[in-house]
Write a protein that binds this ligand. Structure first.
Ligand code: GAL
Length: 427
């Protein structure tokens, strides 16, 4: 009997010891002053590697300087436009294991997924406390709000409708950057004749093709009708959507043969190296050109709005919020405060290629491209990106990406329009 009691005491002491270890390991305990300490701040995104991570690392560094006691875990999952990260995030959110904070596009990706599922905390108090309500453009605040509640903080504004071109190729061949589709095909024919790949595409991840297509849609429909596609007011069988698909099919006749084995960086690299003349990509490509490939804006590469979209700005905004049920909401708010500060935005955006989401950031920190993008943002009609989650719910985007993937190889306009129309029934 005595032996049993002894064994019980040993087991009890051991289990108390284990629990204590676990607690100090995992998270909340108390520090010397008796104050609550908290767990790691897990920042979830898809910003890894070339063209993606520099801005995030600068932001994390700034945060760590301000809060050296908070341990940060950079939990990025590689894959452009969140190809893999979004799936990992979905399974974690469904399993009630949210990261402390995560990258999410303003608009439907945030609102129709996580807000609608009741998984996000409103941040109105934080906006109030930081004086942000008049520091972010109202359009942007609207994109991250539902019924008057604000659910995330935008770190940037990327522009999706940009055509990048290799300056040397254009100069040597006496060409000017195309502003219409007629000009595009004219330039493309001349380049093709000279044996130069006119347009670089890397659709190993199909979103890049959706990205090109959404730009043609915006051009042909204009922002108003483009917007009606997502509310069901305009059908995908509309003649202007068909025309956009036809232009897209024609463009695909001018791309690199190995497009399906390249990602967006590999495709941008073709333009950087002079192996292709142009590509259509968001301005994270500028971050890649300048920071990773050391190219010079307006010397090595130039930029214009994608054909027939001058005066329109396709908005991609990366934002971060506070999921419900995290262990360290106060630390997350501290991170969001830094991310939403002028200093945070100006540490992040010059490296990322985007412009600050705040209206009062320090413009002198941005290069010629950034200055142009800021001016265009304030003077253009804005349109939400489909390929980057803002215009329509995730389920619809997934189906568009699938349809695009098939279209790129089969070039069957009727079948493509059919698939889009079928997918739109669920919008
Ligand atoms: C977008 C994102 C950008 C950039 C890009 C390529 O969806 O908003 O910040 O990372 O994907 O991955």
């Amino acid at each position: 009997m005595k032996k049993f009691r002894m064994l019980f005491v040993i087991l009890f002491v051991f289990s108390v010891f284990l629990t204590a270890c676990n607690n100090s390991d995992e998270s909340s305990g108390t520090d010397d002053s008796g104050e609550e300490t908290s767990s790691k701040l897990e920042i979830f995104s898809w910003w890894t590697g070339a063209g993606e991570e520099d801005g995030l690392l600068a932001l994390i560094e700034l945060f760590e300087d301000k809060y050296p006691d908070i341990e940060v875990e950079n939990a990025a999952v590689a894959g452009g436009a969140g190809t893999n990260a979004k799936a990992v995030l979905a399974s974690r959110m469904q399993g009630n294991d949210p990261p402390s904070t995560f990258q999410v596009h303003g608009g439907e990706e945030l609102n129709a997924s996580w807000v609608a599922a009741g998984k996000m905390e409103p941040l109105n108090d934080l906006y109030e406390q930081e004086g942000w309500n008049d520091k972010f453009p109202q359009d942007l605040i609207d994109m991250v709000s539902v019924d008057g509640n604000i659910y995330s903080v935008p770190v940037n504004i990327h522009r999706s409708n940009v055509l990048w071109y290799n300056k040397k190729i254009f100069e040597e061949n006496g060409l000017s950057a195309p502003t219409t589709f007629d000009e595009f095909f004219d330039v493309a024919d001349q380049l093709k004749e000279k044996g130069i790949t006119p347009l670089a595409l890397g659709d190993k991840e199909p979103w890049t093709a959706t990205h090109v297509f959404e730009n043609i849609l915006l051009a042909k429909l204009g922002p108003e009708d483009y917007g009606k596609l997502w509310t069901g007011e305009l059908s995908f069988t509309d003649s202007k959507v068909v025309e956009a698909a036809e232009i897209f099919a024609k463009m695909l006749g001018y791309i690199n043969d190995d497009h399906s084995s390249r990602n967006w960086q590999d495709a941008s690299q073709l333009v950087a190296n002079g192996e292709a003349a142009m590509n259509i990509m968001g301005d994270w490509a500028k971050g890649y050109f300048v920071n990773d490939l050391q190219l010079k804006v307006n010397e090595d590469f130039g930029y214009v709005p994608t054909p027939e979209t001058d005066g329109y700005f396709m908005v991609v905004t990366d934002t971060f919020g506070l999921p419900k049920g995290v262990e360290n909401p106060d630390d997350v708010k501290k991170f969001l405060s830094v991310l939403g500060s002028v200093e945070g935005q100006d540490a992040f955006n010059p490296l990322k290629g985007s412009i600050p989401a705040r209206i009062d950031a320090d413009k002198s920190k941005y290069d010629e491209y950034g200055q142009d993008a800021m001016a265009d943002f304030s003077s253009s009609t804005l349109a939400p990106s489909l390929a980057h989650g803002s215009a329509a719910p995730e389920g619809f985007l997934t189906r568009v990406n699938q349809a695009i993937n098939i279209f790129v190889t089969q070039l069957d306009v009727d079948q493509f329009i059919d698939s889009l129309e079928t997918a739109a029934q669920d919008l």
